[in-house]
Design a protein around this ligand. Structure first.
Ligand code: DX5
Ligand code: ZN
Length: 229
C-alpha cells in the first residue's frame, strides 16, 4: 500500500462503491501492537480506528497520542481514524494531528463550537467527523453536519468493546442517508460483526468499525470480508 496524505484523507470524504472496514485497535493485544495491526491490514482492513478515552466522557481509559505516533511510524501509509471520546476534544486535536492522524472525530455532546472545531481539524490537515451517542437525539447533530465529512452514529454506549449492537440507532442512519445521499460518510461503531453488518450496510452505514469481532476471530481476514459483505 502506498498513499499520500491526500489519498488517505479522501477515504473519509468520498464514499466509494465498497463499504470500508475499520478494525478498532482497542481489542488488539497491546503487547504486540504492530503485529496486531499488520495482521488486520494484511487481512484486508481499509484503515485503523483508534479509540481515545479519558475516564471522564466515558468511564474507561485507553491510549494517548504516543500510541498513535507509534502506529504511524510502523505504518506510514495506513489511514488513521481517531475517535475522541474525551470531555475536552479541542485540547486533543493538535496532539493527535501531530501524532499522525488523518481523521479526527469529536462528540457532539461535548463539542462547544462544532463548526470551529471542524475548521481547526481541517487547518491541521485532517478530515473532521462528528459522533453521536445512542441516547442523543439526531436533531442535536443535524445543524452542524455541513461542516463535517463524516457522521459517527454510535451503535453502543461508548466506553468498552464487546457490547451488543443497539439496532434502534439504524433509524438515525436511515434518516441521515436520506438527507445527505452520498455526500456524507456514516460510520458504525460498536457491536459490529458478520451477524450485525448486513443491517448496518442496508441502513446506509459505509464505514464499519469493529474491535472484538475482528481481533477475537481465529480468521481475521474472513471476519473482515464477512463484515464488508
Ligand atoms: C466503543 C468504541 C468502539 C469499540 C468497538 O466505545 O468507540 O470503537 O471499541 O468495540 P466492539 O466492536 O467490540 O463493539
Ligand atoms: Zn470508536
Amino acid at each position: 500500500m502506498s498513499s499520500t496524505i491526500e489519498d488517505r484523507r479522501r477515504l473519509f470524504q468520498a464514499p466509494p462503491a465498497q463499504v470500508l472496514v475499520a478494525p478498532s485497535i482497542l481489542s488488539a493485544d497491546f503487547g504486540c501492537l504492530a503485529e496486531e495491526c499488520r495482521s488486520v491490514l494484511e487481512g484486508g482492513a481499509d484503515l485503523l480506528h483508534v479509540d481515545i478515552m479519558d475516564g471522564h466522557f466515558v468511564p474507561n481509559l485507553s491510549m494517548g497520542p504516543a500510541v498513535c505516533s507509534c502506529v504511524r511510524k510502523h505504518f506510514p501509509d495506513v489511514p488513521l481514524d481517531i475517535h475522541l471520546m474525551v470531555e475536552d476534544p479541542d485540547s486533543f486535536i493538535e496532539p493527535f494531528a501531530k501524532a499522525g492522524a488523518d481523521h479526527l472525530t469529536v462528540h457532539v455532546e461535548v463539542t462547544k463550537d462544532p463548526a470551529a472545531t471542524a475548521q481547526r481539524i481541517r487547518a491541521l490537515g485532517c478530515s473532521p467527523g462528528l459522533a453521536i451517542n445512542p441516547e442523543t437525539p439526531l436533531e442535536q447533530m443535524l445543524p452542524h453536519l455541513e461542516h463535517f465529512d463524516l457522521a459517527l452514529v454510535m451503535s453502543v454506549h461508548p466506553g468498552y468493546s464487546g457490547q451488543s449492537f443497539i439496532p434502534e440507532v439504524l433509524e438515525k442512519v436511515r434518516a441521515l442517508r436520506e438527507r445527505f445521499g452520498d455526500g456524507l460518510r456514516i460510520e458504525a461503531d460498536g457491536g459490529v460483526s458478520p451477524k450485525t453488518a448486513p443491517s448496518c450496510r442496508e441502513a446506509g452505514y459505509d464505514i464499519l468499525v469493529s474491535a472484538s469481532s475482528v481481533f477475537g476471530s481465529a480468521d481475521r481476514a474472513a471476519d473482515i470480508a464477512a463484515i464488508r459483505g
